[in-house]
Design a binder for this molecule. Structure first.
Ligand SMILES: [Zn+2]
Length: 241
């Protein structure tokens, strides 16, 4: 196992930790943004639904008023015919027709009253919602803009970090970089300190010989979990700029 610069490697690891932390921040902000956008959509949907309800209620009132007018004309006609009947049979038939139409008119009046109530309450709901809607919409839109700005700033920071990363790899053997990348794709902590003579990732007990090498500024791979190991005592003396 070829040894390589301790400082350089740990610098890269810490640099990558800041990349991961920034990635997590971006993910969190994007989730927030999505949530706020959904809030705005829900808000707009509610407004649409209230408008639609008012529209339907108005249409129902209009139709029933039209029906009522048509029925009034029909009743007036029946009454006119009743005044000019030729025989009792025709009179009886028209009387029956009139009673039926008048019953229909009563039912229609009740129904029209209900339709009016529905229209009034839907107008009230819409008005109430409309007054708070603009205010909340402005608030949510401002939140979206602020979050978007924060995400843009994070993205810029990320681009800068990624541009610097190649520099951080200089001096680390390709073979180790590959091993590290592989581990990094699999687990969140590919490089861990030893803790009480054990790998702090999997608790594997290290040999005295490995502990010696670690204290001598070497980096080893754990024989059990393959994480990279280092001696944390050496970190204190390390310049991690
Ligand atoms: Zn291990």
């Amino acid at each position: 196992m070829k040894e390589f610069p301790f400082h350089t490697f740990l610098n890269l690891v810490m640099f990558d930790r800041s990349i991961t932390a920034l990635e997590e921040t971006i993910e969190r902000k994007e989730a927030q943004l999505e949530q706020v956008q959904q809030q705005l959509q829900a808000h707009e949907l509610l407004q649409e639904q209230l408008k639609e309800a008012e529209h339907v209620a108005q249409k129902t009132v209009d139709l029933q008023e039209l029906d009522s007018k048509t029925l009034d004309i029909r009743i007036a006609k029946i009454k006119y015919n009743l005044d000019n009947v030729a025989n009792p049979k025709e009179y009886a038939s028209l009387s029956k027709e009139l009673a039926k139409a008048q019953l229909e008119q009563q039912e229609l009046e009740t129904s029209l009253l209900d339709a009016w109530h529905t229209l009034e309450s839907s107008k009230r709901d819409l008005q109430r919602s409309h007054s708070t809607h603009r205010e909340q919409q402005a608030e949510i839109t401002a939140q979206i803009a602020a979050l978007q700005q924060e995400i843009d700033a994070c993205d810029q920071q990320m681009a800068q970090l990624l541009a610097q990363r190649a520099e951080k790899q200089v001096g680390i053997p390709e073979e180790w970089l590959q091993k590290y990348e592989m581990m990094r794709n699999r687990i969140t902590d590919p490089v861990v300190p030893i803790a009480d003579k054990n790998c702090s990732g999997c608790a594997y007990v290290l040999s005295e010989q490995d502990l010696m090498r670690l204290s001598n500024r070497a980096l080893l791979q754990c024989k059990h979990c393959f994480r990279f190991l280092y001696d944390p005592k050496l970190l204190n003396a390390m310049d991690v700029s």
